[in-house]
Write a protein that binds this ligand. Structure first.
Ligand code: ATP
Ligand code: MG
Length: 412
Protein backbone atom coordinates (compact mmCIF):
# COMPACT_ATOMS: atom_id res chain seq x y z
CA UNK A 1 0.00 0.00 0.00
CA UNK A 2 1.28 3.42 -0.95
CA UNK A 3 1.00 5.88 1.90
CA UNK A 4 0.42 8.68 -0.61
CA UNK A 5 -2.80 6.94 -1.67
CA UNK A 6 -4.12 6.16 1.80
CA UNK A 7 -7.04 8.48 2.40
CA UNK A 8 -6.34 8.78 6.12
CA UNK A 9 -3.46 10.71 7.66
CA UNK A 10 -1.75 10.62 10.99
CA UNK A 11 -3.04 13.52 13.06
CA UNK A 12 -1.39 15.66 15.70
CA UNK A 13 -4.23 15.97 18.18
CA UNK A 14 -6.72 13.36 19.30
CA UNK A 15 -10.22 14.70 20.04
CA UNK A 16 -10.35 16.52 23.38
CA UNK A 17 -13.18 14.38 24.70
CA UNK A 18 -11.17 11.19 24.19
CA UNK A 19 -9.44 10.20 27.41
CA UNK A 20 -8.32 6.63 26.83
CA UNK A 21 -4.76 5.93 25.78
CA UNK A 22 -5.72 3.27 23.25
CA UNK A 23 -8.26 5.40 21.37
CA UNK A 24 -6.14 8.57 21.48
CA UNK A 25 -3.18 6.70 20.02
CA UNK A 26 -5.19 4.79 17.43
CA UNK A 27 -6.92 7.99 16.30
CA UNK A 28 -3.62 9.87 15.98
CA UNK A 29 -2.06 7.01 14.04
CA UNK A 30 -5.06 6.84 11.69
CA UNK A 31 -6.42 3.41 12.68
CA UNK A 32 -9.83 4.48 13.96
CA UNK A 33 -12.09 7.51 14.01
CA UNK A 34 -14.31 8.55 16.88
CA UNK A 35 -17.95 9.00 15.93
CA UNK A 36 -19.29 9.52 19.47
CA UNK A 37 -18.62 8.14 22.95
CA UNK A 38 -17.88 4.43 22.67
CA UNK A 39 -18.55 4.41 18.92
CA UNK A 40 -15.71 4.22 16.41
CA UNK A 41 -15.09 3.65 12.71
CA UNK A 42 -12.32 1.30 11.72
CA UNK A 43 -10.16 2.91 9.03
CA UNK A 44 -8.03 0.96 6.52
CA UNK A 45 -5.09 0.34 8.88
CA UNK A 46 -7.32 -0.40 11.86
CA UNK A 47 -9.55 -2.72 9.88
CA UNK A 48 -6.53 -4.75 8.77
CA UNK A 49 -5.53 -5.29 12.40
CA UNK A 50 -9.10 -6.08 13.41
CA UNK A 51 -9.52 -8.56 10.56
CA UNK A 52 -6.26 -10.32 11.36
CA UNK A 53 -7.49 -10.86 14.90
CA UNK A 54 -10.84 -12.10 13.56
CA UNK A 55 -9.02 -14.50 11.24
CA UNK A 56 -7.03 -15.94 14.16
CA UNK A 57 -10.20 -16.32 16.22
CA UNK A 58 -12.00 -17.93 13.28
CA UNK A 59 -9.20 -20.42 12.61
CA UNK A 60 -9.10 -21.52 16.24
CA UNK A 61 -12.89 -21.83 16.47
CA UNK A 62 -13.00 -23.85 13.26
CA UNK A 63 -10.21 -26.06 14.62
CA UNK A 64 -12.40 -27.15 17.56
CA UNK A 65 -15.39 -27.85 15.34
CA UNK A 66 -17.12 -24.46 15.43
CA UNK A 67 -19.54 -23.76 12.58
CA UNK A 68 -19.71 -20.12 11.58
CA UNK A 69 -23.02 -18.39 11.00
CA UNK A 70 -24.23 -14.79 11.07
CA UNK A 71 -27.28 -13.92 13.11
CA UNK A 72 -29.35 -10.74 12.90
CA UNK A 73 -28.36 -7.71 14.94
CA UNK A 74 -32.02 -6.68 15.18
CA UNK A 75 -33.57 -9.10 17.66
CA UNK A 76 -37.29 -9.24 18.49
CA UNK A 77 -38.65 -8.33 21.91
CA UNK A 78 -40.58 -11.60 22.06
CA UNK A 79 -37.39 -13.65 22.23
CA UNK A 80 -36.07 -11.59 25.15
CA UNK A 81 -39.38 -11.85 26.96
CA UNK A 82 -39.20 -15.62 26.68
CA UNK A 83 -36.02 -15.65 28.74
CA UNK A 84 -37.16 -12.81 31.04
CA UNK A 85 -34.30 -10.59 29.95
CA UNK A 86 -36.17 -7.78 28.16
CA UNK A 87 -36.42 -5.78 31.38
CA UNK A 88 -33.47 -7.19 33.33
CA UNK A 89 -30.61 -6.95 30.79
CA UNK A 90 -29.44 -3.49 31.83
CA UNK A 91 -27.48 -2.42 28.75
CA UNK A 92 -29.93 -3.37 25.99
CA UNK A 93 -30.47 -0.80 23.25
CA UNK A 94 -34.18 -0.95 22.48
CA UNK A 95 -35.55 0.07 19.11
CA UNK A 96 -39.12 0.81 18.09
CA UNK A 97 -40.01 0.22 14.45
CA UNK A 98 -43.17 0.82 12.44
CA UNK A 99 -46.44 -0.37 13.97
CA UNK A 100 -44.73 -0.12 17.36
CA UNK A 101 -42.74 -3.29 16.72
CA UNK A 102 -40.02 -3.55 19.34
CA UNK A 103 -36.54 -4.96 19.01
CA UNK A 104 -33.26 -5.01 20.88
CA UNK A 105 -29.99 -4.45 19.09
CA UNK A 106 -28.11 -7.69 19.72
CA UNK A 107 -26.08 -7.47 22.92
CA UNK A 108 -25.58 -11.24 23.09
CA UNK A 109 -27.34 -13.96 21.11
CA UNK A 110 -28.64 -16.76 23.35
CA UNK A 111 -32.17 -15.57 22.52
CA UNK A 112 -31.56 -16.04 18.79
CA UNK A 113 -29.24 -19.02 18.63
CA UNK A 114 -31.26 -21.28 20.92
CA UNK A 115 -34.51 -21.30 18.89
CA UNK A 116 -32.41 -21.41 15.71
CA UNK A 117 -30.56 -24.58 16.70
CA UNK A 118 -33.84 -26.01 18.00
CA UNK A 119 -35.17 -26.07 14.43
CA UNK A 120 -32.42 -28.48 13.39
CA UNK A 121 -31.41 -30.64 16.33
CA UNK A 122 -33.72 -33.34 17.76
CA UNK A 123 -31.75 -36.40 18.72
CA UNK A 124 -28.71 -37.29 20.82
CA UNK A 125 -27.17 -38.43 17.54
CA UNK A 126 -26.96 -34.80 16.39
CA UNK A 127 -25.23 -33.49 19.50
CA UNK A 128 -22.94 -31.83 20.42
CA UNK A 129 -22.93 -28.81 18.10
CA UNK A 130 -20.84 -25.65 18.34
CA UNK A 131 -22.18 -22.57 16.56
CA UNK A 132 -20.45 -19.21 16.41
CA UNK A 133 -20.47 -15.83 14.74
CA UNK A 134 -18.29 -12.74 14.63
CA UNK A 135 -20.61 -9.79 14.75
CA UNK A 136 -21.15 -6.25 15.89
CA UNK A 137 -22.73 -6.12 19.34
CA UNK A 138 -24.54 -3.20 20.92
CA UNK A 139 -24.57 -2.37 24.61
CA UNK A 140 -25.60 0.89 26.17
CA UNK A 141 -22.61 0.94 28.52
CA UNK A 142 -22.96 3.63 31.18
CA UNK A 143 -19.31 4.59 31.09
CA UNK A 144 -17.82 4.43 27.62
CA UNK A 145 -14.52 6.11 28.47
CA UNK A 146 -12.06 3.34 27.75
CA UNK A 147 -11.93 3.63 23.96
CA UNK A 148 -12.08 0.28 22.20
CA UNK A 149 -12.03 -1.50 25.55
CA UNK A 150 -15.62 -0.47 26.27
CA UNK A 151 -17.55 0.37 23.16
CA UNK A 152 -21.28 0.90 22.90
CA UNK A 153 -20.87 -0.78 19.53
CA UNK A 154 -18.09 -3.39 19.35
CA UNK A 155 -17.18 -6.69 17.77
CA UNK A 156 -17.60 -10.02 19.48
CA UNK A 157 -17.03 -13.62 18.58
CA UNK A 158 -19.72 -15.54 20.41
CA UNK A 159 -19.81 -19.32 20.28
CA UNK A 160 -22.65 -21.38 21.75
CA UNK A 161 -22.34 -25.08 22.48
CA UNK A 162 -25.16 -27.61 22.90
CA UNK A 163 -24.63 -30.90 24.74
CA UNK A 164 -26.38 -34.07 25.85
CA UNK A 165 -25.15 -33.70 29.44
CA UNK A 166 -22.94 -31.77 31.85
CA UNK A 167 -20.04 -34.12 31.33
CA UNK A 168 -19.92 -33.39 27.63
CA UNK A 169 -20.24 -29.65 28.30
CA UNK A 170 -17.35 -29.84 30.82
CA UNK A 171 -15.19 -31.58 28.25
CA UNK A 172 -15.82 -28.98 25.57
CA UNK A 173 -15.41 -26.13 28.06
CA UNK A 174 -11.82 -27.29 28.69
CA UNK A 175 -11.20 -27.55 24.94
CA UNK A 176 -12.30 -23.93 24.44
CA UNK A 177 -10.00 -22.81 27.27
CA UNK A 178 -7.08 -24.24 25.31
CA UNK A 179 -8.35 -22.70 22.07
CA UNK A 180 -8.58 -19.31 23.79
CA UNK A 181 -5.00 -19.55 24.95
CA UNK A 182 -3.96 -20.36 21.40
CA UNK A 183 -5.75 -17.22 20.26
CA UNK A 184 -4.09 -15.01 22.88
CA UNK A 185 -0.76 -16.62 22.13
CA UNK A 186 -1.12 -15.86 18.43
CA UNK A 187 -2.12 -12.27 19.26
CA UNK A 188 1.06 -11.87 21.31
CA UNK A 189 -0.79 -11.67 24.63
CA UNK A 190 -0.43 -15.10 26.23
CA UNK A 191 2.42 -14.21 28.61
CA UNK A 192 0.32 -11.53 30.27
CA UNK A 193 -3.12 -13.13 30.02
CA UNK A 194 -4.48 -15.10 32.98
CA UNK A 195 -7.31 -17.56 33.22
CA UNK A 196 -9.41 -15.90 35.90
CA UNK A 197 -12.18 -17.22 38.13
CA UNK A 198 -15.08 -14.86 37.97
CA UNK A 199 -18.76 -14.72 38.82
CA UNK A 200 -20.92 -17.06 36.77
CA UNK A 201 -23.78 -14.54 36.79
CA UNK A 202 -27.22 -16.18 36.89
CA UNK A 203 -25.86 -19.33 35.35
CA UNK A 204 -23.26 -20.99 37.54
CA UNK A 205 -21.02 -20.31 40.52
CA UNK A 206 -18.02 -19.35 38.41
CA UNK A 207 -17.28 -18.37 34.88
CA UNK A 208 -13.80 -18.04 33.50
CA UNK A 209 -12.40 -14.84 32.14
CA UNK A 210 -9.20 -14.24 30.24
CA UNK A 211 -7.65 -11.16 31.80
CA UNK A 212 -4.72 -9.33 30.23
CA UNK A 213 -2.51 -7.28 32.56
CA UNK A 214 -2.70 -3.57 31.74
CA UNK A 215 -2.07 -0.50 33.89
CA UNK A 216 -5.20 1.23 32.62
CA UNK A 217 -7.37 -1.86 32.90
CA UNK A 218 -10.84 -1.49 34.40
CA UNK A 219 -10.66 -4.82 36.25
CA UNK A 220 -8.65 -5.92 39.26
CA UNK A 221 -7.44 -9.48 39.57
CA UNK A 222 -5.49 -11.46 42.17
CA UNK A 223 -2.87 -13.71 40.65
CA UNK A 224 -1.47 -16.95 42.01
CA UNK A 225 2.06 -17.03 40.60
CA UNK A 226 2.43 -20.73 41.38
CA UNK A 227 -0.55 -21.78 39.26
CA UNK A 228 -0.56 -18.84 36.83
CA UNK A 229 -4.28 -18.35 37.32
CA UNK A 230 -6.18 -15.45 38.83
CA UNK A 231 -9.36 -14.51 40.67
CA UNK A 232 -11.45 -11.49 39.77
CA UNK A 233 -11.86 -8.95 42.57
CA UNK A 234 -15.64 -9.31 42.13
CA UNK A 235 -15.53 -12.71 43.85
CA UNK A 236 -12.36 -12.43 45.93
CA UNK A 237 -14.39 -12.11 49.13
CA UNK A 238 -15.68 -15.59 48.64
CA UNK A 239 -12.36 -16.95 47.61
CA UNK A 240 -9.31 -15.40 49.21
CA UNK A 241 -7.13 -18.33 48.26
CA UNK A 242 -6.03 -19.76 44.95
CA UNK A 243 -8.82 -22.15 43.90
CA UNK A 244 -6.19 -24.51 42.58
CA UNK A 245 -3.42 -24.76 45.21
CA UNK A 246 -4.95 -22.84 48.15
CA UNK A 247 -2.05 -20.38 48.11
CA UNK A 248 -2.99 -17.22 50.04
CA UNK A 249 -0.16 -15.09 48.74
CA UNK A 250 -1.93 -13.52 45.76
CA UNK A 251 -0.66 -10.59 43.69
CA UNK A 252 -3.06 -7.74 42.91
CA UNK A 253 -2.99 -6.30 39.35
CA UNK A 254 -5.03 -4.16 36.98
CA UNK A 255 -6.29 -5.95 33.89
CA UNK A 256 -8.61 -6.02 30.88
CA UNK A 257 -11.10 -8.84 30.31
CA UNK A 258 -10.45 -10.02 26.76
CA UNK A 259 -12.60 -13.15 26.86
CA UNK A 260 -15.23 -14.79 29.02
CA UNK A 261 -16.61 -18.33 28.93
CA UNK A 262 -19.71 -19.57 30.74
CA UNK A 263 -21.54 -22.78 31.47
CA UNK A 264 -25.14 -21.77 30.87
CA UNK A 265 -26.66 -25.08 31.93
CA UNK A 266 -30.30 -25.38 30.91
CA UNK A 267 -31.24 -21.71 31.48
CA UNK A 268 -31.91 -21.00 27.79
CA UNK A 269 -32.75 -24.43 26.41
CA UNK A 270 -35.50 -24.77 29.03
CA UNK A 271 -36.83 -21.27 28.32
CA UNK A 272 -37.39 -22.26 24.69
CA UNK A 273 -38.60 -25.82 25.48
CA UNK A 274 -35.62 -27.16 23.59
CA UNK A 275 -35.01 -30.82 24.47
CA UNK A 276 -33.48 -33.78 22.68
CA UNK A 277 -34.48 -37.42 22.50
CA UNK A 278 -32.02 -39.82 24.12
CA UNK A 279 -31.20 -43.42 23.15
CA UNK A 280 -34.23 -44.72 24.98
CA UNK A 281 -36.53 -42.33 23.17
CA UNK A 282 -36.96 -40.09 26.23
CA UNK A 283 -37.04 -36.31 26.27
CA UNK A 284 -33.86 -34.89 27.84
CA UNK A 285 -32.45 -31.48 28.91
CA UNK A 286 -29.88 -29.78 26.70
CA UNK A 287 -26.82 -28.30 28.42
CA UNK A 288 -25.39 -25.13 26.89
CA UNK A 289 -22.17 -23.14 27.11
CA UNK A 290 -21.26 -19.74 25.70
CA UNK A 291 -17.85 -18.40 24.86
CA UNK A 292 -17.18 -14.74 24.10
CA UNK A 293 -14.14 -12.87 22.92
CA UNK A 294 -13.86 -9.26 21.78
CA UNK A 295 -11.70 -8.61 18.66
CA UNK A 296 -12.18 -4.83 18.84
CA UNK A 297 -11.36 -4.87 22.56
CA UNK A 298 -8.24 -6.91 21.74
CA UNK A 299 -7.11 -4.20 19.29
CA UNK A 300 -7.38 -1.65 22.14
CA UNK A 301 -5.73 -3.99 24.63
CA UNK A 302 -2.71 -4.56 22.40
CA UNK A 303 -2.21 -0.79 22.13
CA UNK A 304 -2.54 -0.40 25.90
CA UNK A 305 0.18 -2.97 26.54
CA UNK A 306 2.51 -2.73 23.54
CA UNK A 307 3.69 0.83 23.00
CA UNK A 308 6.46 3.26 23.92
CA UNK A 309 6.42 7.04 24.12
CA UNK A 310 6.59 7.28 20.32
CA UNK A 311 3.68 5.04 19.42
CA UNK A 312 2.34 1.54 18.96
CA UNK A 313 4.46 -1.63 18.73
CA UNK A 314 2.29 -4.23 16.95
CA UNK A 315 3.03 -7.94 17.34
CA UNK A 316 3.82 -9.29 13.86
CA UNK A 317 0.77 -11.55 13.78
CA UNK A 318 -1.71 -8.67 13.91
CA UNK A 319 0.29 -5.76 12.49
CA UNK A 320 -1.45 -3.96 9.61
CA UNK A 321 1.64 -4.55 7.46
CA UNK A 322 4.90 -6.35 8.19
CA UNK A 323 7.24 -3.77 6.66
CA UNK A 324 7.22 0.01 6.59
CA UNK A 325 9.37 1.13 3.68
CA UNK A 326 10.43 4.78 3.90
CA UNK A 327 11.74 6.55 0.86
CA UNK A 328 14.13 9.41 1.65
CA UNK A 329 14.80 10.91 -1.73
CA UNK A 330 15.91 7.72 -3.42
CA UNK A 331 12.66 7.13 -5.28
CA UNK A 332 13.83 4.97 -8.10
CA UNK A 333 15.40 2.36 -5.85
CA UNK A 334 12.56 2.62 -3.32
CA UNK A 335 10.08 1.84 -6.09
CA UNK A 336 12.12 -1.19 -7.15
CA UNK A 337 12.28 -2.47 -3.59
CA UNK A 338 8.56 -1.89 -3.10
CA UNK A 339 7.75 -3.90 -6.20
CA UNK A 340 10.11 -6.67 -5.23
CA UNK A 341 8.54 -6.94 -1.78
CA UNK A 342 5.06 -7.04 -3.31
CA UNK A 343 6.18 -9.75 -5.71
CA UNK A 344 7.44 -11.77 -2.77
CA UNK A 345 4.11 -11.31 -0.98
CA UNK A 346 5.59 -9.26 1.82
CA UNK A 347 2.92 -7.01 3.36
CA UNK A 348 4.50 -3.62 2.79
CA UNK A 349 3.36 -0.12 3.63
CA UNK A 350 5.36 2.29 1.50
CA UNK A 351 5.92 5.90 2.50
CA UNK A 352 6.37 7.31 -0.98
CA UNK A 353 5.24 10.84 -0.06
CA UNK A 354 7.35 13.61 -1.55
CA UNK A 355 6.07 16.43 0.63
CA UNK A 356 7.13 15.04 3.98
CA UNK A 357 10.44 15.46 5.78
CA UNK A 358 12.57 12.54 6.94
CA UNK A 359 11.73 13.50 10.53
CA UNK A 360 7.99 13.35 9.83
CA UNK A 361 8.35 9.98 8.14
CA UNK A 362 10.28 8.53 11.07
CA UNK A 363 7.77 9.92 13.57
CA UNK A 364 4.84 8.46 11.61
CA UNK A 365 6.55 5.08 11.34
CA UNK A 366 7.05 4.96 15.10
CA UNK A 367 3.48 6.07 15.78
CA UNK A 368 1.96 3.53 13.38
CA UNK A 369 4.12 0.77 14.81
CA UNK A 370 4.76 -1.64 11.91
CA UNK A 371 7.26 -4.33 13.04
CA UNK A 372 10.05 -3.74 10.45
CA UNK A 373 11.24 -0.39 9.12
CA UNK A 374 13.32 -0.11 5.96
CA UNK A 375 14.82 3.24 5.05
CA UNK A 376 16.15 3.93 1.56
CA UNK A 377 18.29 7.06 1.23
CA UNK A 378 21.19 8.34 -0.83
CA UNK A 379 23.46 7.45 2.07
CA UNK A 380 22.29 3.83 2.30
CA UNK A 381 22.54 3.50 -1.47
CA UNK A 382 26.24 4.39 -1.34
CA UNK A 383 26.61 0.96 0.20
CA UNK A 384 24.00 -0.61 -2.03
CA UNK A 385 21.93 -1.12 1.11
CA UNK A 386 18.86 -0.09 3.07
CA UNK A 387 18.69 0.68 6.76
CA UNK A 388 16.83 -2.02 8.65
CA UNK A 389 15.28 -1.56 12.09
CA UNK A 390 12.82 -3.50 14.21
CA UNK A 391 10.17 -1.32 15.85
CA UNK A 392 10.85 -2.78 19.29
CA UNK A 393 14.66 -2.46 19.11
CA UNK A 394 16.99 0.54 19.11
CA UNK A 395 19.68 -0.85 16.80
CA UNK A 396 19.73 -0.28 13.08
CA UNK A 397 21.78 -2.17 10.54
CA UNK A 398 22.47 -1.96 6.83
CA UNK A 399 21.14 -4.77 4.68
CA UNK A 400 22.21 -5.23 1.07
CA UNK A 401 19.35 -4.61 -1.33
CA UNK A 402 19.48 -8.11 -2.80
CA UNK A 403 19.27 -9.60 0.72
CA UNK A 404 16.17 -7.73 1.93
CA UNK A 405 13.60 -10.43 1.22
CA UNK A 406 15.83 -13.05 2.78
CA UNK A 407 16.46 -10.86 5.81
CA UNK A 408 12.73 -10.37 6.39
CA UNK A 409 12.03 -14.07 5.98
CA UNK A 410 14.97 -14.90 8.18
CA UNK A 411 13.58 -12.76 10.97
CA UNK A 412 10.24 -14.51 11.14
P1 ATP B 1 -17.39 -6.54 30.91
O1 ATP B 1 -17.41 -7.31 32.19
O2 ATP B 1 -16.06 -6.01 30.54
O3 ATP B 1 -18.49 -5.54 30.81
P2 ATP B 1 -18.87 -8.70 29.89
O4 ATP B 1 -18.47 -9.71 30.91
O5 ATP B 1 -20.19 -8.10 30.00
O6 ATP B 1 -17.75 -7.57 29.78
P3 ATP B 1 -19.23 -10.67 27.89
O7 ATP B 1 -20.68 -10.58 27.76
O8 ATP B 1 -18.66 -11.82 28.61
O9 ATP B 1 -18.65 -9.31 28.47
O10 ATP B 1 -18.61 -10.48 26.45
C1 ATP B 1 -17.60 -11.30 25.87
C2 ATP B 1 -16.42 -10.47 25.43
O11 ATP B 1 -16.84 -9.37 24.60
C3 ATP B 1 -15.68 -9.79 26.57
O12 ATP B 1 -14.78 -10.69 27.17
C4 ATP B 1 -14.97 -8.66 25.84
O13 ATP B 1 -13.81 -9.14 25.18
C5 ATP B 1 -16.00 -8.25 24.81
N1 ATP B 1 -16.79 -7.11 25.26
C6 ATP B 1 -17.81 -7.10 26.15
N2 ATP B 1 -18.31 -5.86 26.31
C7 ATP B 1 -17.57 -5.06 25.50
C8 ATP B 1 -17.60 -3.66 25.21
N3 ATP B 1 -18.49 -2.86 25.77
N4 ATP B 1 -16.69 -3.17 24.33
C9 ATP B 1 -15.79 -3.97 23.73
N5 ATP B 1 -15.71 -5.29 23.97
C10 ATP B 1 -16.59 -5.84 24.83
MG1 MG C 1 -17.41 -10.82 31.30
Amino acid sequence: MRQSKLFTKTIKQAPKDETSFNAKTLIKAGFIDKSSAGIYSFLPLGLRVHNKICDIVREEMNAIGGQEILMPALTPKKAWQKTDRWDSFDVLFKVIGNNKREYALGATHEEIVTPLVQKHIFSYKELPVYIYQIQTKFRDELRAKAGLIRGREFSMKDLYSFHVDKKDLDKFYEITKDAYFKIFNRCGLSEITYLTYSSGGDFSKYSHEFQTLAENGEDTIYICDDCKIAINQEIIDEQKVCPNCKNKDLRKEKSIEVGNIFKLGTRFSNAFDFFYTNKKGQKHDIEMGCYGIGPSRIVGTIVEVYHDNKGIIWPESVAPYQVHLLDLEAKKTSEDIYNKLLKNEVEVFYDDQDDKSAGEKFADADLIGIPYRLVVSKKTLEQNSVEFKKRDKQETKLVKIEKIVEELGGNK
